[in-house]
Ligand binder design. Structure first.
Ligand code: ADP
Length: 622
């Protein structure tokens, strides 16, 4: 050690991470080799990319590779790469802090994953610090491609590390691990070879173990499909996705026009965002002639396809393109469009081929496609074919497509209907579906908060308007079984009905825009409908919640109250207005609140409960 040695404390988050790595991930120990090789591979990729564009590269002649040496006597493992290396400053920040965006969350999520299922850990990439799973002491010697003198970083993982000058190094990074007493079998060649074969077969540089190359360097996506086995694809998926499961779907395609593209895309089995792990980063890497241009590229696919894993390689891209320039490069945009369309076409084919398997996909990743509908107008036509919802005709839990709905539509029906509710049972017990059931018209159930936004963005399918059943101007007179429209029940006379509605409007005041006679209620006495054709009750609920989050008062739009003049309650109410108007006003307010609740909208619970007791007291004669 030279006298220029300095000692540094690990950042607090890093200490926590080290603690998890050393103490909780014991059973997943093997992955430290994968993590270190993956870092080496990244450094080599960067080197390959830089050397294409820059002239002054230190040690330009050394071959790009990873070498691993084992010492069974000294109990050490040494992993060396000829990548870009690190300067002293880089050693200090890169190996002292955590680079992940929002590092605090990252460690919390990691701790949670470790607690739930250590297999999930693989997805995180604990990175360099994994070295301390097997090492009692880790030494990193590194020299940057800028040619500045090399340095040595040493730590036992407990709380601090030291850095000192280390002259005479080649370009790249050497990591020397002093194996812990119970980790000494990592100095055995067979053991390390197995781990490399399991995790790192697809590293695009030679990995030499004790002088022998142990991986196949050829890029899988450039090979012909017929030559690649399922197992190879799955291994490749595990490699690019850092996953331990198998993919749900895979798509391997090559095209020459309009652009030359080779791509292998995977849909994983699990949706990590829905499991509460925060937003996932894009998982597709962009290559040009087998050279990595943009890892986890944000440019190659729209944001809502961030759940995909894999690689895209296009020879048409300029090799020396910088990451910033990718963003608004016309070619990249074209590439993105072609790949997106191809993937959506693939999904449509898969949905046809095996609809149950597609539904599994939909249940896990449908939320992303919905996000696509609301954020990306460009692919709406394709996405409309892919969305699935439950309906009055679908089995519980089995969603249906618009195309199937349209096929089932009866004569005279020109629109596609939907209604939002918290779940199937609640929707089916509510007033909105009454006439649909009576007339045998299928109605789609939207059960997620985002759904009504999705449908209003789509607007139509196959020329048929998508219409929410809580719209005030809904007209079912031409659809379904028209005989069901015939009113056989005893209604209030039209004069008495008019009087009652005028009185209700007066009694409810500003709470409603209008009180009108319902042509679609069958059993329920009343329901809330929206005169603004665009806004559904579900959308209003979400917007009110988001206003409240911002500290703003919810902005309720005016509602209409539709009443059922054949309902015994409504008929009796007309009488009650004459005999006990103040009690009638309580009943009216309660009917309104009930209808609001059935629409999923907010009422003041305290006021309601108090009124409810008043009414109950009357009912029992207290
Ligand atoms: P991650 O790889 O997820 O960024 P790591 O903790 O594994 O996190 O590594 C932190 C950083 O240290 C890397 O981003 C990289 O800049 C640097 N680094 C790690 N290993 C090497 C290496 N072998 N060669 C060059 N740089 C490296």
């Amino acid at each position: 050690m030279s006298d220029k040695a300095t000692t540094h404390e690990f950042q607090a988050e890093t200490k926590k991470l080290l603690d998890i790595v050393i103490n909780s991930l014991y059973t997943e120990r093997d992955i430290f080799i994968r993590e270190l090789i993956s870092n080496s591979s990244d450094a080599l990729e960067k080197m390959r990319h830089e050397s294409l564009t820059k002239k002054d590269v230190f040690d330009d002649h050394v071959p790009l590779e990873v070498t691993i040496e084992l010492d069974d006597k000294k109990h050490t493992m040494t992993i060396t790469d000829t990548g870009i290396g690190m300067t002293r400053a880089e050693l200090e920040t890169n190996l002292g802090t955590i680079a992940h965006s929002g590092s605090g969350d990252f460690v919390a999520e990691l701790a949670e994953a470790a607690r739930k299922d250590v297999n999930l850990i693989g997805q995180f990439g604990v990175g360099f610090y994994a070295a301390f799973m097997a090492g009692s002491k880790v030494t990193v010697q590194s020299r940057s491609w800028d040619g500045s003198e090399g340095n040595e970083w040493i730590s036992d993982g407990s709380g601090s590390f030291s850095i000192s000058e280390c002259p005479g190094l080649h370009r790249g990074t050497k990591i020397i691990i002093d194996l812990k007493d119970d980790a000494q079998d990592y100095a055995q060649k067979w053991k390390v070879e197995n781990i490399i074969k399991q995790y790192s077969t697809f590293v695009p540089f030679p990995i030499k173990l004790e002088g022998e190359t142990v991986n196949t360097v050829q890029a899988i996506w450039t090979r012909s499909k017929s030559e690649i086995t399922d197992e190879e694809y799955t291994d490749f998926y595990k490699f690019v996705a850092n996953a331990s499961d198998e993919p749900h779907y895979r798509l391997h395609f090559s095209i020459d026009a309009p652009l030359a593209i080779n791509a292998v895309l995977f849909v994983p089995k699990e949706n990590f965002e829905s499991m509460g792990f925060g937003r996932v980063d894009p998982g597709v890497n962009l290559y040009c002639q087998r050279i990595l241009i943009d890892q986890h590229s944000e440019n190659i696919l729209p944001e809502w396809l961030r759940f995909l894993k894999g690689v895209v390689d296009s020879e048409d891209l300029p090799l020396n393109i910088s990451r910033q320039a990718l963003q608004d490069n016309a070619l990249v945009m074209k590439l993105r469009k072609v790949i997106t369309k191809r993937f959506l076409k693939f999904l449509a084919e898969e949905a046809k081929r095996d609809s149950d398997f597609y539904l599994d996909f939909w249940n896990t990743f449908g939320i992303y496609l919905k996000e696509g509908v609301t954020s990306d107008y460009e692919y709406q036509k394709e996405l409309a074919q892919l969305v699935r919802f439950e309906s009055s005709r679908s089995e519980d839990g089995k969603a249906t497509s618009f195309a199937e709905y349209v096929e089932r539509m009866g004569e005279g029906q020109e629109e596609i209907y939907y209604i939002n509710g918290p779940n199937r049972a609640a929707i089916e017990a509510g007033p909105y579906v009454e006439m649909f059931n009576k007339k045998g018209i299928e109605i789609i159930y939207t059960m997620e908060p985002i759904d009504d936004f999705v449908l209003s963005h789509l607007g139509e399918f196959d020329g048929k308007k998508l219409v929410s059943a809580d719209r005030a101007d809904l007209d079912l007179s031409k659809s379904g079984d028209t005989e069901a429209d015939e009113d056989k029940s005893e209604k209030l006379s039209s004069d008495a009905g008019d009087d009652l509605m005028t009185w209700l409007k007066k009694s409810l005041g500003d709470k409603v825009a209008e009180v009108i006679e319902s042509k679609r209620l069958v059993d329920s006495p009343a329901m809330i409908v929206n005169p603004d054709g665009y806004m559904t009750s579900s959308m209003e609920r979400i917007m009110a919640a988001s206003r409240m989050e911002k500290g703003l008062a919810p902005e309720a739009s005016k509602k209409n109250l539709e009443i059922n003049l054949a309902s015994p309650l409504i008929k009796q109410l007309a009488e009650l207005v004459k005999s006990d108007e103040s009690f009638a006003a309580d009943v009216a307010a309660q009917i309104y609140d009930n209808a609001m609740i059935q629409a999923g909208l907010v009422v003041d619970p305290m006021v309601m409960v108090e009124r409810n007791y008043k009414i109950l007291n009357k009912a029992v004669g207290a």
